[in-house]
Design a protein around this ligand. Structure first.
Ligand code: MRU
Length: 377
């Protein structure tokens, strides 16, 4: 997507220096646009854990590039030595954050591709680089297709409102900053806006790290999409007063039965939407499905992050990024980063292959090749 008119992805290989992976360090947004170089797998692991990059799709793409850097610096003594090092680096990357399934999906895809490549060391490095690029290109293309499929939902509401403004509520950041490009929840919104359909977005600030207030608002602003930042607890009131036509969120892991893990607070938005008969859609590429889990509430690992993220808040003060204490110094704070919305509260899933019901039947209808995989688990 464009930043001040120049096209950017969220991650790429440095021009003329393919041993360097570059990212937009999202910790400084929206106040500063910082590009960071990643040269070693340890730096990639830190960038994921400390959320220089975040969002399921981008975490996956970054882990893909991390495995490429791991291959670059793996010992060259023997096939065994290479693969042992890569498996150790895979564990290192997987240990950074547990909920977004794209991470384990990407590192496994890399390990399988590199392991199956028997053309010698340099061929393995080329395979690792090409696979990382393919993961990134696919992520971008699948998000673009999600926009193409999802825009129909917005168009239909616009038609029903005789071209009036369609008010969409979204939670956290499931925009291009959470992927390589386009985003998921935002892709139908960008597509509608670009087609001249009037849309307005209610942007949940999304405490404790404020991905909505700092990232979603920034990227919508860069694209000229009308939006309003709201506190996380305001959505229900807006729904009761007919000020929300549609909710679209992203997801970090969705079971093949339609249970959705996403940023903490998503479940409460789904409950309010159900209570007010407002459609609640979740947008995701197939890399975010977990084909092994049936019961999301019992089986999806939920990340718990440091209490300081709740006790402190970050912002710009006199041109400087500052962190200030909100709570009494010695008050404990809880910080589960995600929750699970059961399939029964989800109107539909918007994927790169189209829109389906949030159920095993709906999902496997779009991904029939997964039936055999599931029956073997
Ligand atoms: O903690 P984050 O910022 O990685 O959480 C991101 C979200 O919950 C997004 O909504 C989610 O990743 C969906 S978009 C990929």
């Amino acid at each position: 997507m464009n930043v001040d008119g120049k096209h950017y992805r969220t991650i790429w290989l440095k021009e003329n220096e393919p041993n360097i992976v570059q990212i937009i360090d999202q910790r400084h947004l929206p106040h500063k646009f910082v590009i960071e170089d990643l040269t070693q797998v340890d730096e990639v692991a830190r960038a994921i854990k400390d959320m220089h990059v975040r969002g399921a799709g981008l975490i996956g793409a970054t882990a893909g590039y991390g495995m490429y850097l791991a291959a670059l610096y793996a010992p060259r003594d023997s096939e065994r030595a290479i693969m042992d090092q890569l498996m150790a680096d895979e564990e290192k990357l997987k240990a950074t954050r547990p909920t977004a399934v794209n991470l384990e999906w990407a590192v496994k895809r890399q390990l399988d591709a590199i392991g199956a490549c028997d053309g010698g060391f340099d061929a393995k490095i080329r395979m690792a680089r090409d696979t990382a690029q393919t993961i990134a290109d696919e992520d971008s293309e699948y998000c673009r297709r999600i926009g193409e499929h999802g825009v129909g939902i917005i168009k239909e509401i616009s038609r029903r409102k005789n071209g009036g403004v369609v008010n969409v509520l979204t939670h956290c950041n499931a925009g291009w900053l959470a992927f390589v490009d386009y985003g998921t929840a935002t892709a139908p919104i960008y597509a509608a806006h670009d087609q001249g359909i009037k849309v307005h977005v209610w942007v949940d600030e999304t405490r404790p790290r404020s991905q909505g207030a700092s990232l979603t608002a920034w990227e919508l602003g860069q694209h000229g999409v009308p939006h309003t930042v709201i506190v996380d607890n305001m959505g229900g009131h807006l729904m009761q007063h007919g000020m929300v036509d549609l909710v679209i969120t992203g997801t970090d892991r969705t079971t093949y039965t339609g249970d959705v893990a996403n940023k903490i607070g998503t479940y409460l938005k789904a409950l309010a939407a159900k209570d007010n008969d407002i459609p609640f859609y979740v947008a995701l590429p197939s890399s975010t499905f977990d084909w092994k889990i049936r019961d999301g509430l019992r089986e999806i690992p939920i990340e718990e992050r440091d209490a300081s993220e709740v006790k402190y808040i970050k912002g710009l003060h006199n041109g400087e990024l500052k962190r200030v204490l909100l709570t009494p110094e010695d008050s404990p704070a809880g910080n589960y980063a995600f929750d699970v919305t059961p399939a029964r509260l989800v109107t539909g899933l918007i994927t790169e292959r189209g829109i389906c019901q949030a159920s095993a039947e709906g999902v496997l209808g779009l991904y029939p090749e997964k039936v055999s995989e599931i029956s073997n688990t």
